[in-house]
Design a protein around this ligand. Structure first.
Ligand code: P6P
Length: 311
């Protein structure tokens, strides 16, 4: 009788999964980003959730974990020696690292961090470009990934060959959980951001009425990583954050929130839009650029655009 295989022997590591799906230097960068996420996973469980006493470029109060997560990521990008520059939600300028390095990284170090004190799932979002970022479009990313820190810590990644899910195991390795996440064209779930916009936006109210008429279910946590992960994980749904009185262009940032998710969801068979054009085709003009954002099941994204137009 053959000796029983230890569970670890049958696992497929993030590293092994990337062998055939990314050039070595991109694979190593993704592994360095994943290593930073492990330290953020640990920090969330061990750092008090209080305010840092500072604000980011958008005037948003930073919690201690925002600042710490940003520092952890910067250290890993710098040590990788593969990153020429990065753009972070927590810093107002492009940060230059290794001048001759091949990649730029854009990231939101801890999206939804204000929810850490209520123990909701929050996440880190990353996009990778070759060369400069400003002037490019999210379709030109060579990879995108996010990490969701919830009851389980899960990393979802694409380097252009589908979107795949990995779980952080008990020995601190990301191992394959599900390959080729897929999003169906029809949605049964909706995540309606910026509900205040409905006060003045009759088409948004009509859309809500249509969702309720269609007996769809609302799923909204206040953290985009968790809400879009719900769509990728369940294989259907729509998330939106339209513009409104407070945020005419929407609250979400194009380069490090919407662009990476547009890439990941496109690779899973879904779509995204600002109401008028695909997020993938929307040029990045500034690091603080905001955009209205609709993402998820293709037919539902089309219906939202038909109701709201350029949101
Ligand atoms: P609101 C978190 O602060 C965030 O940037 C996204 O993760 C989330 O979708 C949105 O803001 C929530 O905004 O207006 O519902 O609090």
């Amino acid at each position: 009788m053959d000796a029983p295989m230890p569970p670890s022997a049958s696992r497929i590591s993030l590293n092994k999964h990337l062998f055939e799906r990314a050039p070595d230097r991109l694979r190593h960068l993704i592994l360095d980003i994943a290593r930073a996420a492990k330290y953020i996973h640990y920090a969330i469980r061990t750092t008090e959730a209080g305010l840092a006493g500072s604000r980011n470029q958008f005037g948003e109060e930073q919690v201690k974990l925002d600042v710490l997560s940003n520092a952890i990521i910067e250290q890993h990008l710098r040590e990788s020696r593969l990153v020429a520059r990065y753009i972070s939600e927590e810093q107002k300028d492009v940060v230059e690292l290794s001048p001759e390095a091949p990649y730029s990284v854009v990231f939101d170090p801890l999206d939804g961090s204000s929810l850490v004190d209520v123990n909701f799932a929050i996440g880190s979002i990353f996009g990778v470009y070759e060369g400069e970022v400003i002037g490019k479009k999210p379709r030109e990313q060579v990879a995108a990934l996010y990490v969701i820190y919830g009851p389980r810590t899960v990393l979802v990644c694409s380097s252009g060959h589908g979107t795949h899910e990995f779980i952080l195991n008990d020995v601190g390795e990301f191992i394959l959980l599900r390959e080729h996440l897929g999003i169906g064209d029809a949605a049964k779930v909706f995540a309606p951001g910026n509900l205040h916009a409905m006060v003045e936006d009759a088409p948004y109210r009509s859309l809500l009425e249509a969702w309720l008429q269609d007996n769809m279910s609302l799923r909204y946590s206040g953290c985009m990583v968790a809400d879009v992960h719900h769509i990728l994980s369940k294989g259907q749904g729509v998330f939106l954050y339209p513009g409104g009185p407070t945020y005419p262009e929407g609250k979400l940032r194009h380069v490090f929130e919407c662009g990476p998710f547009a890439y990941l969801v496109d690779q899973a068979g879904g779509s995204s839009s600002d109401g008028a054009q695909s997020i993938l085709e929307k040029e990045i003009t500034a690091i603080d650029q905001r955009t209205p954002f609709i993402i998820g099941s293709k037919k539902e994204v089309e219906r939202v655009c038909s109701f709201l137009g350029r949101v």
